[in-house]
Design a protein around this ligand. Structure first.
Ligand code: GLU
Length: 453
């Protein structure tokens, strides 16, 4: 398949297909070949116009989308992204990833993704609210708790989910778990905001444990993190809790580097200011009391080549945020564990660098495995909504941990089972394990349901 007009989707498709082709799966069970052309076409794509009123009373127009990619395992499930870069290639790549990611959680969720090219960054709260209402006016008829359950992604957090939910409820005269990431006092799940970042760190805990045969943990490890949104914030807090040292965070304008380690107080200050879309550069200036001289700001770069020696890298910003060169710099700086909190955080070239260094004990986990904790707790939110119950922090956190640990074991065992290099000394490929394990689960359901035969 060649889709020059959809480069991001092509990249996600190529990653999955080449991971599978470079294993023994098709050789052992050729029937799975038939699934590829079917699973790579979305079941349905909805595209709509969103007209909304700005603060001057003028009409503004944006494109809205929902890609309902695959419903073999459950209702379509996946976030909404509001960002000027949003187009069908981006949403198809995200929806495609989501299918296999959701399968890896072990819960009953299909895959979907949606969003708009609306840029919330320079908008007032009232404009964001009016946009969300207009967006939901077009989307409401296509979603539902048993059909399609959106959530947040880049540019869509608790505030936006609240406005979207309020609009849905009013339009459909129906209070149901149609969105996840809701407020905890009105149907949301505890630990949902923390889930993606925490889950990524739980996954890496297992990588470290397995690779070092239980000898090492996060304690004392230097961890470079990119991004400063929800995923990066909670990943940083969990790393700190486990005794690691967070040496960086970043945003679209630049990076902050701290050799001493970014503190919880600093992460919390960033979290607060990011709600108002302030840049990191601005935040460290405004909060000089909290951000002392130990913090260095470097404009216009991602952290990877600037952090010096590190043990762990967690890309938690957006797609293609690690280039081949940057991957090489990380490996040269001693980085052994790379796990994506972002979706498709690494370029194809970066993945090649990480994968070819497995024999040097470098271990890479793709986003569809390492960041499945977010959507997993969305699945737990759906379960609580259906039962009209609320689980405690401890209960949700222990379920999340269990899902991430099981996901890791599943990726590991699948990689070993279908490996073409069974006698090599290197670590098994979690890239292959994740793609093959997710794919088999979805493919089997598609056979059973007569979607492929
Ligand atoms: N946007 C998140 C993801 O990429 C969460 C999706 C959800 O909770 O439905 O997995």
């Amino acid at each position: 398949m060649v889709l020059p007009h959809e480069p991001e989707f092509q990249q996600a498709y190529d990653e999955l297909v080449s991971a599978i082709q470079d294993s023994t799966l098709f050789e052992e069970q050729p029937k799975y070949k038939k699934v590829i052309p079917v699973v790579s076409v979305p079941e349905r794509i909805i595209q709509f116009r969103v007209v909304w009123e700005n603060d001057k009373g003028e009409a503004q127009v944006n494109n809205g989308y929902r890609v309902q990619f695959n419903s073999a395992l459950g209702p379509y499930k996946g976030g909404l992204r509001f960002h000027p870069s949003v187009n069908l290639s981006i949403l198809k790549f995200l929806g495609f990833e989501q299918i296999f990611k959701n399968a890896l959680t072990g819960l009953s969720m299909g895959g979907g993704k949606g969003g708009s090219d609306f840029n919330p960054k320079d908008k007032s709260d009232a404009e964001i609210r009016r946009f969300c209402v207009s967006f939901m006016r077009a989307l409401a008829r296509y979603i539902g708790q048993d059909t399609d359950v959106p959530a947040g992604d880049i540019g869509v957090g608790g505030r936006e989910v609240g406005y979207l939910f309020g609009a849905y409820k009013q339009m459909q005269n129906n209070w149901s778990g149609v969105l996840t990431g809701k407020g905890i006092n009105w149907g949301g799940s505890l630990i949902r905001p923390e889930a993606t970042g925490y889950g990524t760190v739980y996954y890496v805990e297992k990588m470290i444990e397995k690779a070092t045969k239980g000898k090492e943990t996060f304690k004392g490890k230097k961890v470079t993190i990119s991004g400063s949104g929800n995923v990066a914030q909670y990943a940083a807090l969990k790393v700190n809790e486990l005794g690691g040292i967070v040496v960086s965070l970043s945003d679209s304008k630049g990076s902050i580097i701290s050799k001493k380690g970014i503190t919880n107080e600093q992460v919390e200050a960033i979290a607060k200011a990011k709600l108002q879309f302030k840049s990191l550069e601005q935040i460290i200036k405004d909060e000089a009391r909290i951000f002392d001289d130990s913090i260095e700001y470097i404009a216009g770069v991602r952290p990877w080549t600037k952090v010096g020696q590190v043990d762990v890298a967690l890309p938690c910003a957006t797609q293609n945020e690690v280039s081949g060169e940057e991957a090489k710099a990380l490996v040269d700086a001693g980085c052994k564990f790379i796990a994506e909190g972002s979706n498709m955080g690494s370029t194809k070239e970066a993945i090649e660098v990480f994968e070819s260094n497995r024999s040097n004990d470098v271990w890479y986990a793709p986003g569809k495995a390492a960041n499945c904790g977010g959507v997993a707790v969305s699945g737990l939110e759906m379960a609580q909504n259906s039962q009209r119950v609320t689980w405690s922090n401890e209960e949700v956190d222990s379920k999340l941990k269990d899902i991430m640990y099981t996901c890791f074991e599943n990726c590991y065992d699948t990689a070993v089972k279908y490996s073409t290099d069974k006698n090599s000394q290197g670590l098994p490929s979690l890239l292959k394990g994740a793609n093959i394990a997710g794919f088999i689960k979805v493919a089997d359901a598609m056979f059973d349901q007569g979607e492929v035969f």
